[in-house]
Design a protein around this ligand. Structure first.
Ligand code: AMP
Ligand code: ZN
Length: 458
């Protein structure tokens, strides 16, 4: 008996000892994740620039790092996630100007929209959400440190980072300096020592939005904000840095260079995680291309937060994911199918599912985790109570909410039954007429083998 108990304990211990694997953009390898401190994890994620309501691409990034946050919390006692708000930027200033509203009213409003939309996707709030405008002092201190250590220079009111002062410049993007200059199409200002040198501080007119600094009235460069805020909340060395693949260069490369130079001997972030793009017809969704759909628009067109989340999880986070009606409809169908099974059982009890944990620990293999949910759902449908408990736990862990069962009015069901009979009798004219009647009452009828499914429109 004691031997049997020991074996059971050993098996559960081994199951809980799963390693987390992550694709690290810095080493270009999938690696076992070892935090600096064995019980705690520090993670920084680049957050939104708040000038327009978040689009579906922004939300993909939010969901990817939410899954990582949830996974890390399952393995470590203490996980600190910092996600910044970029509330000073030329795009923000221009947008406020064109709408004739104050900059801080715009950024406060858009930050609220971001919170609302991301909360509907069941993303957990980060532990700290620092705003750039309230960390100007920390940015100035870091810039001063860079000037003191000869990694930055002051010219014509600008402070620029001297890329030639850092021999590892390019280690993250893995490109030569020439390639980086060409790729970034950096503005080659005549006062730059090297075309790749980037702005830490730039001057602006006294009447423009800005801040006082040792170099005069001006505004910080974008990259310094993440370096200063990660240092303020996580210290010089931390575990994970996340963001979209578009940020790898120049944003993350520059963050890495200036942080290492400002904090001599530090490695800055050790694991760099980059999510792939959400695309539209194969092209990156972006505000500048104008091919974006906001999260709000998608929710209002009838796809709730869990359906959108399911859609994101169908594809590995590093791969591109195309947004189209079919993909969203498929996600909705899948969530409905799983939810229908849960409703048939009456159990509120849950049990951790090791398979789902193992799939997620393998570099967040969410598509395998979803496939496992469907296996659990079919077992659950056949009355397997254990599978049902694991399914409930897995849905909760992945942040997917069971969809409420739609109550279809009796008169609609009656017409649908009459239509089924008409179809069986090959009376297509009557079947079409009844379909129209169903649609006029706000429902959609979908034909299955020898039956139908009804769904509310919108
Ligand atoms: P932004 O508000 O543009 O600074 O972006 C906020 C976050 O969303 C960053 O991590 C971006 O890399 C990410 N992001 C922006 N567009 C996309 C996209 N089309 N697909 C995936 N992530 C994106
Ligand atoms: Zn950043």
């Amino acid at each position: 008996m004691i031997a049997l108990l020991s074996i059971i304990l050993l098996i559960s211990y081994v199951k809980c000892m799963t390693d987390i694997f992550l694709s690290n953009s810095l080493t270009k390898r999938k690696e076992i994740f070892y935090p600096l401190n064995k019980d705690s994890v520090k993670m920084y994620v680049c957050g939104p620039t708040v000038y327009e309501r978040p689009h579906m691409g922004n939300a993909r990034a939010a969901v990817v790092y939410d899954i990582l946050f949830r996974l890390l919390k399952r393995f470590y006692k203490d996980v600190v996630c910092v996600r910044n708000i970029t509330d000073v930027d030329d795009k923000i200033i221009n947008s406020a100007k064109s709408q004739n509203i104050a900059i801080d009213s715009l950024t406060t409003q858009i930050t609220q929209f971001y919170h609302q939309d991301i909360a509907e996707l069941n993303c957990l709030p980060p532990n700290v959400e620092p705003k750039a405008t309230t960390h100007i002092k920390q940015m100035i201190e870091m810039i001063e440190q860079l000037i003191k250590s000869s990694h930055a220079y002051v010219v014509q009111g600008h402070v620029l980072f001297d890329v030639s002062s850092h021999s590892n410049y390019g280690e993250l993007a893995n490109r030569s300096l020439d390639e980086m200059i060409a790729g970034a199409r950096v503005e080659v200002a005549p006062f730059k020592k090297n075309p790749a040198d980037f702005v830490l501080w730039k001057p602006c007119k006294a009447e423009d939005y800005g801040f006082e600094s040792p170099w005069g009235w001006g505004r910080p460069g974008w990259h310094i904000e993440c370096s200063a805020m990660s240092f303020a909340y996580l210290g010089a060395d931390f575990d994970i840095h996340g963001g979209g693949a578009d940020l790898m260069f120049p944003h993350h490369e520059n963050e890495l260079a200036q942080s290492k130079c400002a904090n001599s001997g530090s490695s800055f972030a050790r694991y760099w995680v980059h999510n792939g793009f959400l695309t539209v017809n194969g092209e990156k969704m972006s505000k500048s291309l104008g091919n974006f759909k906001t999260v709000r628009e998608i929710i209002e067109s009838g796809f709730n937060g869990s359906v959108i989340r399911y859609f994101y999880l169908t594809t590995h986070y590093k791969k591109p994911l195309d947004l189209n009606d079919k993909a969203l409809e498929d996600a909705k169908k899948a969530m409905k199918k799983i939810s229908a099974v849960i409703h048939k059982t009456d159990s509120k009890k849950v049990k951790e599912c090791h398979e789902v944990i193992n799939f997620l620990a393998d570099d967040m293999n969410t598509s395998a985790a979803l496939a496992h949910l469907h296996e659990l759902a079919s077992k659950s449908q056949q009355g397997d109570e254990e599978a049902n408990k694991q399914l409930l736990w897995s849905l909760d862990f992945l942040g997917l909410e069971v969809m409420a069962k739609e109550v279809i009015p009796a008169d609609i069901i009656k017409i649908a039954q009459e239509r089924l009979q008409a179809k069986r009798e090959k009376d297509w004219q009557l079947a079409d007429l009844l379909r129209t009647q169903i649609m006029e009452r706000g429902y959609k009828i979908l034909d299955t083998d020898d039956s139908y499914e009804l769904e509310k429109i919108g």
